[in-house]
Write a protein that binds this ligand. Structure first.
Ligand SMILES: [Zn+2]
Length: 278
């Protein structure tokens, strides 16, 4: 087979390998993003839990303070009954008055702190619900990734073997060139020459549309072993089989129309089967 046909075979397999790898990669990227988001949500949840615990401790401290103040008031009340002189009586009354004032302030603080506990608990509930939702999405992403790796893994191994076989038919230098262009163009390595106007000798690169000189067309139509790159987009140029001189088309031209139709049908079917598998 001419070199360009071998390059086209390699291109077909190579772009399938790249497409499959991209599918696995994007499924993995999506899954990793979900994991990261969940980790952030879990961290925020832990912070809220700490806040709830601190606020509860603060409420407890206020309650202790309140009890101590009440005990002191009760003690003062009994001392008031047993007070022996006016000065002592007034001193006790004063302290009771101060304590009453403090009591209101303590109650106010307790109410505020309890409200904060409630608010924080509510935020925590929302956070827990959000996490539950994100976990479902993460599970879906995981299933998708596993499925993708399962489907693609087998197929990718087959295609990689096929690619290696296709690459073996190509001389080292051209293979290296192919790989360089494939990386540059994300697998869009080959470009079919567009015949804009044969009579006026107008040709273009099928991928980037830049005008191509007649010599490129002439060299490719006379020799399918010439490797010519598009000067603009670096892709390897080729002529569609139907645009090659009759001799190049080989056995195909000797087939009857019926045979050809049957072959085309089988080819389409195989192509469909392959796409369905992906
Ligand atoms: Zn081009």
């Amino acid at each position: 087979m001419p070199l360009l046909d071998n390059l086209l075979t390699l291109h077909r397999v190579d772009s399938q390998v790249r497409a499959l790898s991209t599918r696995v990669e994007s499924a993995r990227t999506y899954f990793n993003a979900q994991e990261k988001q969940l980790a952030t949500l879990e961290r925020q949840k832990a912070e809220l839990e700490t806040q709830v615990r601190q606020l509860q401790a603060s409420v407890h401290a206020i309650e202790v303070e309140q009890t101590a103040a009440m005990e002191r008031v009760n003690k003062l009340r009994s001392e008031l009954n047993t007070s022996t002189n006016d000065k002592q009586y007034k001193a006790i009354l004063n302290e009771m008055k101060v304590l009453e004032g403090q009591k209101d302030e303590i109650v106010k603080r307790a109410v505020e702190e309890m409200q904060r506990v409630e608010d924080t608990k509510k935020r925590l509930e929302v956070q827990v619900a959000t996490i539950a939702e994100r976990q479902k999405i993460r599970e879906l992403a995981k299933t998708k990734l596993d499925e993708c790796m399962g489907d693609v893994g087998q197929r990718l191994a087959e295609l990689e073997a096929e690619r290696a076989r296709a690459a073996d038919l190509i001389p080292e230098r051209d293979r290296q060139l192919f790989n360089r262009v494939a990386d540059l163009t994300e697998g869009q390595t080959m470009s079919e020459i567009t015949i804009v106007d044969l009579r006026h000798r107008e040709f273009a690169c099928g991928e980037c549309n830049i005008e191509l000189p007649f010599e490129t067309y002439a060299r490719l139509s006379s020799n399918s072993d010439s490797v010519i790159q598009c000067k603009a987009c670096t892709r390897i140029l080729y002529l569609a089989e139907s645009n090659r001189p009759a001799g190049e088309k080989g056995a195909k031209s000797t087939r009857t129309q019926e045979e050809q139709e049957r072959l085309d049908l089988a080819k389409d079917k195989a192509k469909f089967e392959k796409t369905r598998k992906l």
